[in-house]
Design a protein around this ligand. Structure first.
Ligand SMILES: Cc1cc2nc3c(=O)[nH]c(=O)nc-3n(C[C@H](O)[C@H](O)[C@H](O)COP(=O)(O)OP(=O)(O)OC[C@H]3O[C@@H](n4cnc5c(N)ncnc54)[C@H](O)[C@@H]3O)c2cc1C
Length: 416
């Protein structure tokens, strides 16, 4: 008889594992790490195969608040991530070819962690996965969750291939199309912004560009479109804000890209094109961040989707992950007492409140970058033209695309 691999064994009794995490993206892996730091046994169910590569850079910035949480869960991890990523100390903003803001910042001191680090999301995930496995989290690959049955006693999860797992608590970190969220009947609500952005990841060429972030409003060599250039470890990302009637397919054509990129970046800085993508902005939130039984906790993009201004997507997901792990540890200790439900309810309330704040902040950033109505458009144009003489307008043009800094009213802290 062929021995059955551990992943394909169906549990014989419920509660085979105290905690399951669905999804091995950055949020699921961060949740697994945080659970292990609290000594909670955890299995992560991931639809992809062990060796499947995820494309693209997606989240580049890992903020200090996230680095701190990851460092607490796994000492040394954030130092490794920051050691790999890049932290730039210069930010520049231009309007129609003219510099309106430039500032260089001294390297941060304090706890030794930088204010942020920039690396492709696939690399962040590589660090998180290694740390989670070392910490004892078991990852079951090729485990696409299809069904979720909840009861006041626990959760039973079934994968597409029929494998089953039971747990007392589940963290749903299975991303924007979350099967877990749908299975437990939680709806998403929100809006989709008009227009789209083109994102291109480019490896460093023979003469890497300086490690500085450049935001160029109404770039004259990009047909008046806004162009954001952001470094990451080994390359840089160009984010082009397209016009509403731009032909998406044409713009993502690599041959065309090779022709227009040298107009906005020094040709010597351009190496291999690593990833070309276009995306539209979604600004949506789950109605609730936990199911009715208090056994399933939503985290990351399973719970909220924000446009990337201020890098709130992955960073707020890492805060969700840490908070979910704490709520589950408290609930496990509380057993069948009302304190268990209260711990999960507090998670759902606090993290949804933070998501509402984040959503409002990205809404403000979006209104700045894609102004609707003549007054908002005039404000942006006037600021761009007057900024060389009025420095505070240059500062406004620099800061507004990130949205206001948020700190949840219910939980003081660094935001997200
Ligand atoms: C172009 C772009 C730029 C971005 N830039 C930033 C940025 O600068 N900063 C930032 O913070 N965020 C940014 N984001 C957002 C960031 O990428 C997301 O917030 C982040 O990926 C969310 O992580 P997650 O773990 O919640 O979900 P995901 O990364 O989507 O991971 C979900 C995981 O669940 C797995 N899965 C899905 N369904 C199932 C299932 N049924 N069963 C089992 N497994 C399943 C998937 O395979 C995947 O591994 C950006 C996104 C985009 C698209």
């Amino acid at each position: 008889m062929t021995p059955t691999p551990p992943d394909s064994r169906s549990p014989r009794t419920p509660h085979d594992t105290p905690a399951l995490v669905v999804g091995a993206g950055p949020v699921g892996l961060a949740a697994a790490l945080a659970l292990r730091a609290l000594e909670v046994p955890v299995t992560v169910l991931e639809a992809r195969s062990r060796d499947a590569q995820r494309p693209g850079s997606r989240a580049l910035y890992v903020h200090r608040s996230s680095l701190r949480l990851l460092e607490q869960a796994s000492p040394g991890l954030s130092r490794d991530i920051a050691g790999y990523g890049v932290t730039w100390h210069t930010r520049r903003t231009l309007y129609r070819g003219r510099e309106v803001y430039a500032r260089s910042y001294p390297p941060a001191s304090g706890d030794g962690l930088p204010p942020f680090t920039s690396l492709r999301q696939v690399e962040t995930e590589r660090f998180l996965r290694k740390a989670a496995e070392l910490a004892g989290a078991h990852i079951a690959w090729d485990a696409e969750v299809r069904d979720v049955e909840t009861s006041p006693d626990g959760v039973r999860v079934t994968a597409a291939d029929g494998r089953e797992w039971s747990a007392q608590y589940v963290v749903a970190a299975d991303g924007a199309r979350s099967a877990v969220r749908r299975a437990v009947g939680i709806d998403l609500g929100g809006s989709r912004a008009e227009g789209f952005h083109l994102v291109v990841d480019i490896a460093d060429g023979p003469e890497p560009r300086p490690a500085e972030r450049v935001l160029h409003y109404a770039h004259p060599r990009a047909g008046g479109r806004h162009v954001l250039t952001v470094p990451f470890a080994g390359g840089f990302q160009i984010d082009l804000q397209c016009k509403e009637d731009d032909p998406v397919d044409k713009l993502t054509d690599p041959d065309l890209l090779k022709r227009w990129l040298p107009k906005v970046v020094d040709p010597e800085a351009i190496g291999e094109l690593l990833w070309i993508s276009q995306y539209r902005f979604l600004q949506v939130l789950a109605d609730r961040f936990a199911d009715e039984t208090g056994r399933v906790l939503l985290a990351g993009e399973a719970a909220h989707l924000f446009p990337p201004f201020g890098a709130r997507g992955m960073n707020s997901g890492i805060t969700d992950a840490d908070a979910a792990a704490q709520a589950i540890a408290l609930a496990l200790m509380a057993g069948r007492t009302p304190r268990a439900r209260a711990a999960v309810a507090a998670y759902a309330r606090d993290r949804r409140a933070a998501a509402v704040d984040n959503s409002a902040a990205v809404g403000a950033a979006l209104a700045h970058l894609r102004p609707i109505g003549w007054l908002a458009r005039t404000r942006l144009t006037a600021a761009g033209r007057l900024a060389p003489w009025v420095p505070r307008l240059g500062e406004w043009l620099e800061r507004a695309p990130y949205g206001p800094r948020t700190t949840s009213r219910r939980k003081p802290g660094p935001g997200y």
